[in-house]
Ligand binder design. Structure first.
Ligand code: ACO
Length: 335
């Protein structure tokens, strides 16, 4: 095994997640739009998803996930030096950041913090960013939270989009890893030429919400499903191969593959590309749908709780999303 020498590697020392209580089944969607349980299951792999209620915002889910991660890491909030929140659905559209809200609520009095926006690739971008701060010696304890509540940004009458997404949060404490564990390599990618494929047109500085446009569907997610599907099918396998190559490893070295949970057919295509056995992939799309930036840490937390993640396992995670963005991360599970 040839892994790049590094003085310090960033590792995950505590993980947690949170989803809202409200379960929205396919049958419920079938009563609201022209769709069916059969169509959604067979075309996406999704059976149900979780939606926040009107009072619950991204920072509320983030808070619960973060508390669980801190408890599992045995880390007091005051020890956290930096908070990174990956989200495209912050509590407030301009400011303050979700990191600021979280800092106050958790009591991370010593921490700096910021939000990072990379859509469904947000976790991978945040993980690599946190790893850099730890590996260059700047910080010893970082709280990373990936949270999205896309149920609040979609048109609940658009069957092309509304059946796909769910709300959720995943969090982790990252610290210098024990020798032989932790972050090995990451790759980040961006293809801005595909920006129009997955876009919320109104509500930003290009087209602020006004009394005239407030009723327009352009305040919601607009997606070219076919085009995103094609992109995702090729990028998941390619980005995972790239990150493995960077670390001098091969697909067969992967113990656990954590794909972004957008569509079971995209996950199956990536597994085929990488020639990985299906049981190597963490899949929970049937229960949560596409939770955007939260999907990878949510799946990791579930696997951790089920005892599937063993110390020393090689974990490859790969996400893709609006932008178009992608991110792949490789690490050795160390706790
Ligand atoms: N129920 C029933 N029929 C539907 C539904 C639905 N919920 N949604 C679409 N259809 C219809 C379409 O209107 C179309 O009808 P038509 O042939 O009469 O025009 C037909 O089904 C087939 O549509 P396709 O687009 O060919 O369906 P496909 O098999 O490609 O599945 C899907 C659509 C599930 C959206 C797929 O393209 C996909 O998963 N794309 C990727 C989406 C994605 O991952 N997005 C998130 C990226 S992450 C982020 O950053 C947010």
């Amino acid at each position: 095994m040839t892994e790049p020498p590094k003085k310090v590697r960033a590792g995950i020392t505590g993980i947690g997640s949170a989803v809202p209580d409200r379960v929205v089944t396919n049958a419920e969607w079938a009563g609201l739009v022209d769709t069916s349980d059969e169509w959604i299951r067979s075309r996406t792999g999704i059976s149900e998803r979780r939606f926040c209620d009107a009072q619950t915002a991204a920072s509320d889910l983030a808070f619960l996930a973060a508390q669980r991660a801190l408890a599992r890491a045995g880390t007091a909030p005051q020890e956290i030096e930096l908070i990174i929140v990956a989200t495209t659905t912050p509590d407030y559209p301009v400011f303050p950041s979700t990191a600021a809200l979280l800092q106050e609520r958790l009591g991370c009095a010593q921490a700096g913090g910021f939000d990072l926006s990379a859509a469904c690739s947000g976790f991978g971008y945040a993980f690599y960013t946190a790893a850099q701060f730890i590996e260059n010696g700047e910080f010893k304890k970082i709280l990373l939270v990936a949270v999205d509540t896309l149920s609040k940004n979609m048109d609940h009458t658009d069957r092309n989009v509304c059946v796909l997404f769910g709300d959720g949060a995943g969090a982790m404490v990252m610290e210098p890893a024990a020798a032989g564990y932790g972050h090995l390599a990451s790759v980040l990618g961006l293809r801005g030429s595909g920006a129009e494929e997955l876009i919320v047109r109104h509500g930003g500085s290009r087209a602020p919400l006004t009394p005239e446009n407030i009723a327009s569907k352009d305040r919601y997610i607009s997606m070219n499903g076919k085009s995103v599907f094609k992109f995702a099918v090729s990028i998941m396998g390619e980005a995972t191969e790239q990150v493995l190559k960077k670390a001098g490893l091969k697909p067969e070295d992967i113990d656990i593959f954590v794909p972004h949970q957008a569509n079971i057919r995209i996950i199956d295509a990536a597994l085929k590309h990488l020639k990985l056995a299906p049981d190597k992939a963490l899949v929970n799309i049937q229960k949560y749908g596409n939770t955007s930036s939260a999907s990878i840490p949510l799946a990791l937390d579930e696997a951790y709780q089920a005892g599937k993640l063993k110390k020393g396992m090689l974990v490859a995670a790969c996400g893709f999303g609006a932008g178009l963005t992608w991110a792949a991360n490789l690490f050795r599970w160390g706790y």
